[in-house]
Design a protein around this ligand. Structure first.
Ligand code: SF4
Length: 364
């Protein structure tokens, strides 16, 4: 087994007093079977108190009965968790133990990163400079909640890790604008789809990304780019309209769309410059998102479809940030807020990613 994670992960420290215990208030909190069994072995008084807050089983989990204000019944006024304080970290349910860590397995490799719905994680990931990854044989004793992509997705190639790394390599290359990197990423994975069962051709392609040769030559591949709606400038706002319906239930009327188009045209170049000047922040967002969902494998569809979903999600986030920018500028706090709000919708909104997938499948 091998463990791969961004270096920043070692620096993350949850501190409810800094975020107002954000994650203990907003969402459904669930207890897994193993943790429930641990509670069952506690002395009667403690056990009965805990069990009085555990609801009826839903699928594989037991939801906690939250307080009227939506907060966790175990959240103390000092923003600490009563269960952790009294019995130790081991008594946290898998989801509470894990969050905001996201753990995914493919075959013998475990990948772990942070989701940016946690404001402290968002600050750390976006503002820690260049992103690096570490590999280790030391597997954390308790992983918490994890997804096994090897089971969910048919991983045909033996080069799964290299196919993922090549995407990160492309995303990291700040010799190119973010738009160019995303186009490059798409072209790369279209090619991987075409040759995925041809080991030698695949290795050749992977090597060409590592040597930078692929990146240098990608502009010659503009037929793939030019032909796809995803990259047509005059289609961008139509895509945003559909995405905002999916993500924010925005239901943009024709009148509103007209005014959005004007706002966009008036401010587009200024915002592009803002992205360019803060390229590292957005590069980190993209790399984190790509790595966290293991994007080329996130959905069981083709690599190219996965990348379309990745790009559409970026379009939606960048437009949400654009609106914040136009409204009142984008300070560090507003940027973290915008990213966190978006990630919350895509991570926790029912069916959001599935609907983005449906949209991606229609785009060609
Ligand atoms: S995990 Fe993040 S959101 Fe939850 S309490 Fe810790 S710092 Fe706050």
């Amino acid at each position: 087994m091998k463990f791969i994670a961004p270096v920043y992960l070692q620096e993350f420290k949850c501190d409810g007093s800094l975020c107002g215990s954000y994650c203990c208030k907003q969402w459904k909190i669930i207890v897994d079977e193993n943790t429930k069994e641990k509670y069952a072995k506690l002395p009667v008084k403690e056990r009965e108190k805990i069990f009085s807050f555990i609801g009826e089983k839903e699928e594989e989990f037991y939801p906690l009965k939250l307080n009227k204000d939506g907060s966790c019944p175990f959240l103390r006024s000092d923003f600490l968790c009563d269960l952790q304080k009294n019995f130790g970290e081991d008594y946290l349910s898998n989801i509470c133990y894990s969050y905001p860590r996201v753990t995914t397995k493919i075959k013998e490799v475990i990948f772990q990163s942070l989701t940016l719905s946690c404001p402290l994680a968002a600050e750390l990931v976006l503002f820690s400079g260049e992103m690096f990854f570490v590999e280790s044989e030391n597997i954390p004793a308790r992983m918490g909640w994890s997804v096994d992509l090897g089971k969910r997705v048919p991983i045909g190639s033996e080069n799964a890790e290299d196919i993922l790394s090549a995407g990160l390599y492309i995303l990291k290359d700040n010799h190119f604008t973010i738009t160019e990197r995303l186009q490059m990423l798409f072209v790369f994975y279209v090619k991987v789809d075409e040759i995925t069962s041809n080991e030698s051709k695949l290795n050749e392609l992977l090597n060409s990304v590592e040597s930078g040769h692929f990146q240098k030559n990608f502009l010659n591949e503009n037929t793939i780019i030019n032909e796809n709606i995803l990259f047509k400038k005059d289609e961008f706002l139509n895509l945003i309209r559909k995405l905002f319906d999916i993500i924010y239930n925005a239901n943009i009327t024709d009148e509103k769309f007209e005014s959005l188009t004007k706002i966009y045209n008036d401010n587009y170049y200024e915002f592009e410059e803002f992205i360019l000047n803060n390229s590292q922040i957005f590069t980190n967002y993209l790399m984190n998102e790509f790595f966290m969902r293991l994007y080329p494998y996130a959905f069981k569809e083709s690599f190219a479809t996965n990348i379309k979903i990745f790009i559409l999600s970026w379009y939606a986030l960048s437009f949400s940030l654009f609106m914040l920018y136009v409204e009142n500028g984008l300070t560090k706090e507003r940027l973290i807020f915008g990213v966190r709000r978006f990630v919350e919708k895509t991570d926790h909104g029912k069916g959001v990613m599935k609907n983005i997938l449906t949209l991606a499948m229609r785009i060609c």
